[in-house]
Design a protein around this ligand. Sequence first.
Ligand SMILES: Nc1ncnc2c1ncn2[C@@H]1O[C@H](COP(=O)(O)OP(=O)(O)OP(=O)(O)O)[C@@H](O)[C@H]1O
Length: 461
Amino acid sequence: MTQEKWGLLRNKLLKAIGKNNYTTWIEPLEFQELQDGVAVFSVPTNFMGNYVSQNFADLILYEMNTAGETVQRLAFRVAANSPARPKVDTESEPTVVRDAPVAPQMEAANGAFESLQAAPLDSRFTFDSFVVGKPNELAHAAARRVSEGGPVTFNPLVLYGGVGLGKTHLMHAIAWELKTKHPELNVLYLSAEQFMYRFVQALRERRMMDFKHLFRSVDVLMVDDVQFIAGKDSTQEEFFHTFNALVDQNKQIIISADRAPGEIKDLEDRVKSRLQCGLVVDLHPTDYELRLGILQNKVQQYGSTYPDLTIADGVLEFLAHRISTNVRVLEGALTRLFAFASLVGREIDMELTQDCLADVLRASERKITVEEIQRKVSDYYNIRLSDIIGPKRLRSYARPRQVAMYLCKRLTSRSLPEIGRRFGGRDHTTVMHGVKRIEELKTTDGQIAEDVEMLRRALEA
Ligand SMILES: Nc1ncnc2c1ncn2[C@@H]1O[C@H](COP(=O)(O)OP(=O)(O)OP(=O)(O)O)[C@@H](O)[C@H]1O
């Protein structure tokens, strides 16, 4: 087997196991030789050799044999001095790791221009693998519309949202779709940082005309993480001119940012107002249903890599409930669970999940505040917030107040005197009495038990 062939195979492995696993386990492997049905790799450590052999050997063997090699076994040698690593083929397969530069072929009209370096597209970031839910349905619909490549209706499309909510995923999905449906279109996707880098390079090499010409000759310009150019005056200026030139030619521009354009500090007003001219849509923080959908989707993808692993009922629901920070953390947690479970050869049950993800679960513990509880409880019972905190002793206020006190004791780390203070300066014995009363009622009064449960769920969602 040649190094080139291994390079191609690595691409397949990347697709199958995802970027994280690939970078950690496959990238450091160096193919050495194939002799008598044994494929020999050098690895940096024994541990790595063992891990790969336990977790990915079947997959590697399968891919090698499918590619026409006869391989019965893999061997891993710890090498002090490894030979140069074969490169992942980026020409025949568009699957490349994010941030690894690749030069797409851009035909220059008069042959005088260099090809323009674009960011590679992650083959996993497609519309098919994007799970749609309430928080992202508008952004998804807008992305779909633009990806049809029809007449430009809104220009630019700006997608914004917090960390790890799927902006890059949607951008790549648009680019893939356009490339498939309209191969004739010159689609350029790059990060704002790469835009700046190209600009500075052009300045340094005195090739600004080339730079301008290149950027103005694209049909669709996609710039990810545009907040990066905030405060970088000359880059902003060039971006502004590029932007205007493309809009004038009715070329589609798609931008992503980590916040609404108007809220990006140190972004020039004229750039802000240009960005606000088109359609600005945000990706909201995920909700429980979306997180669960994303997890289920991921598990399905893992099915081929880990055919023997099973997940106990309730684990995905637990993760969707507990990890609400961002999708990247959620995916990372699942990847770790699968790797761990396959390492120890066990079903993914609650116990394994708690053990394996203790740090992630601790870090994403949501802090519920007393105020939040008071607000939710007053909404739930349809009374005013001031009635929960105030002195009225009417049963219709006293009971919700006790429920709120009970929830404060159970869901926050506040002490009884602290809780009392926040309920209009009540004594800690009053809080203690309230908590006890609800505890008793929960066992005798079905309605109270249900109220408390509903509220707890709403607060922890
Ligand atoms: N709705 C979704 N369906 C499936 N996967 C998703 C979804 N949203 C996010 N992801 C996944 O979460 C990870 C993070 O998403 P992405 O890189 O697109 O986030 P981002 O918004 O660009 O974040 P950042 O601001 O950090 O660049 C990716 O692996 C992506 O595939």
